[in-house]
Design a protein around this ligand. Structure first.
Ligand code: ADP
Ligand code: MG
Length: 243
């Protein structure tokens, strides 16, 4: 069994706050893994550590058996990330952003791939538009497109469907399924528990920096005697129900 991601005893504090408190998880190559949890659970912090945006305090984080810090170049080139925050390079056009991103990964003449991605995300008609003139949904598509220019083996999506319309959610999940079928490993976070339930081979549920449940959707429902994944989610993150 080859692992796309292996995290062991990961810790990260911001002052007194333990944002990630001794998290361990493994993602098998070729699978889709969903990381769920209420706001502030620590999901984005973990993703930021995997992608080198944030440093860890302790613990092991390997991508395809390479340490994300000491072997940053290697791991970064195998990972595509769709960050939670929106895109800021307003003055540039969609095409320019896609070319910059290709250049960042040292890929020249990437027009074929760029065209394929923009068409697949139904944003080809917008390729000469400046980012500042794009709608929120189109900006989100561009973030997804950007993450794919270097054909990453491991795709990480941090709440890619938060606040987007139903149409884009379908476009995105169809694309994610398609990429996964062709071998891409996927780690995603989402607020839509039903989406995770339909898409993911395995799910981890976080609360207060800890993984409180980790299994297949079926396994989680059996162990927690839940009727569906949302029911399990509420059970294992319990206190949030009574606010
Ligand atoms: P999630 O993505 O699950 O909503 P985050 O990983 O963004 O959660 O945040 C986990 C906790 O860490 C939250 O309480 C958040 O306020 C805190 N946090 C995240 N980033 C920082 C930072 N740069 N400085 C201080 N606190 C932070
Ligand atoms: Mg987050």
């Amino acid at each position: 069994m080859e692992l796309a991601l292996e995290i062991k005893n990961l810790k990260k504090a911001f002052g007194d706050l333990l944002a990630v408190n001794d998290v361990s998880l493994k993602i098998e190559k070729g699978t889709i893994f969903g990381l769920l949890g209420p706001n502030g659970a620590g999901k984005s912090t973990i993703i930021n550590i995997i992608t080198g945006v944030s440093s860890r305090d302790s613990g092991k984080v390997n991508v395809f058996s390479h340490d994300v810090t000491t072997d940053y170049r290697n791991t970064r080139s195998s990972v595509g990330v769709v960050p939670q925050e929106t895109i800021s390079d307003g003055y540039f056009t969609v095409m320019e952003i896609m070319r910059f991103q290709s250049g960042f990964f040292g890929i020249r003449d990437n027009e074929k791939k760029i065209t394929e991605i923009l068409k697949r995300l139904y944003m080809w008609d917008y390729c000469n538009k400046r980012v500042e003139h794009l709608s929120g949904g189109m900006k989100r598509r561009l973030l997804i497109a950007k993450a794919l220019v270097h054909d990453p083996e491991f795709l990480i999506l941090d709440e890619p469907t938060a606040g987007v319309d139903v149409q884009l959610r379908h476009i995105l999940w169809d694309y994610v399924r398609e990429l996964n079928k062709s071998g891409t490993t996927v780690l995603l976070t989402t607020h839509y528990i039903e989406e995770a339930s339909n898409l993911c081979d395995k799910v981890g549920i976080m609360n207060h920096g800890k993984i409180v449940a980790l299994d297949t959707v079926k396994g989680l429902m059996e162990v927690n005697e839940g009727t569906d994944l949302e029911d399990v989610f509420l059970k294992v993150t319990g206190e949030n129900v009574h606010v």
